[in-house]
Design a binder for this molecule. Structure first.
Ligand code: SF4
Ligand code: SF4
Length: 302
């Protein structure tokens, strides 16, 4: 069975751990007990343990926007370079919502960042690695708008950490693994993915352009930085000079802003002010462009 150092929250929003387990086509390592922040569980991972790094040798890790930001900064490369060199694309849903997974070494299921001594990017390892052997899931209970985080234990046979004596609460474990800033930075993104999924066919199939925007806003902060510096963006949105400078320098702020932009584009949740008349001007420009193309097409056929 494939080890799943992955956060199930990205894929099973509407289910609880028991449902995930019951619906899994394979024997599932997910324990059916739903954990809250104060729930306690037994687990300890340390360098001296016999299974050290076993969980990094057979991975299936979906990356989040903040994972990519941290890793590309650590490796001093652009987000585009990082995604091209260290990830593989996949579709998160039937509508083709783009996702990225951690690359494995050629011909193996071993993480590309596993070295002789262990994880070579440990301080910036993805949030799925930090959570393991817990899983986390954002659940919107039926008939409720409220999104709630729940946790569960993922117990895989290769992982001996479950036999250790240390017990801790989920909150203590999250703190010890540096998970809080990751969840904080990814929360808006998770909500967008969840909202998109729950709206399903009611909002129709997303356009190619909206999927491209989702891809850029999620995984390519360098292109997004260029995008908001473009003339088209500046003509459309009313940002102060200070705000533009802040976004040019602070990548964490840029990622938060990109989520606001996505919500505005995908769901019409306006939080970035538009310039007076910008929307009308844009519609007029598009109409003029279409008219020009139509006229050119007609004259070609004559
Ligand atoms: S990033 Fe590090 S901790 Fe995560 S699977 Fe790879 S080697 Fe293991
Ligand atoms: S205890 Fe579990 S999480 Fe830690 S190294 Fe072993 S397999 Fe990985």
């Amino acid at each position: 069975m494939r080890a799943s150092r992955t956060i199930l929250s990205r894929g099973d929003y509407e289910m609880d751990p028991k449902e995930i387990r019951d619906n899994s086509p394979h024997p599932s390592p997910v324990e059916p007990r739903e954990l809250k922040l104060e729930s306690r569980f037994r687990f300890r991972c340390h360098e001296g343990i016999a299974c050290f790094n076993a969980c990094c040798r057979n991975i299936d890790i979906s990356l989040t926007p903040y994972d990519i930001l941290r890793l590309k900064r650590r490796l001093a490369m652009s987000s585009k370079e990082f995604v091209a060199r260290y990830t593989v694309p996949f579709e998160m849903d039937a509508d083709g919502m783009p996702g990225v997974k951690m690359l494995t070494k050629p011909g193996t299921s071993e993480c590309a960042f596993l070295g002789e001594e262990g994880c070579t990017v440990y301080e910036d390892r993805p949030v799925a690695c930090r959570y393991y052997a817990l899983g986390s899931m954002a659940v919107r209970k039926k008939d409720s708008a409220e999104v709630q985080d729940i946790y569960f234990v993922v117990r895989e046979s290769h992982c001996l950490g479950h036999d250790e004596a240390r017990a801790q609460s989920v909150a203590e474990y999250r703190k010890s693994q540096g998970i809080e800033p990751y969840d904080d930075m990814n929360r808006e993104w998770r909500d967008i993915v969840l909202k998109k999924r729950s709206s399903g066919p009611t909002v129709g199939k997303p356009s190619v352009r909206s999927l491209q925007l989702f891809d850029m806003c999620s995984y390519d902060m360098d292109s997004f930085r260029e995008f908001i510096a473009s003339e088209g963006f500046r003509n459309m949105f009313d940002l102060s000079a200070e705000e533009r400078q802040r976004l040019a320098k602070d990548e964490d702020a840029l990622l938060r802003f990109s989520m606001r932009f996505l919500k505005q584009v995908l769901f019409g949740e306006i939080t970035i002010p538009l310039k007076d008349g910008a929307r009308e001007e844009r519609i007029d420009r598009r109409k003029a462009l279409w008219e020009q193309r139509r006229t050119e097409a007609i004259s070609r056929h004559r």
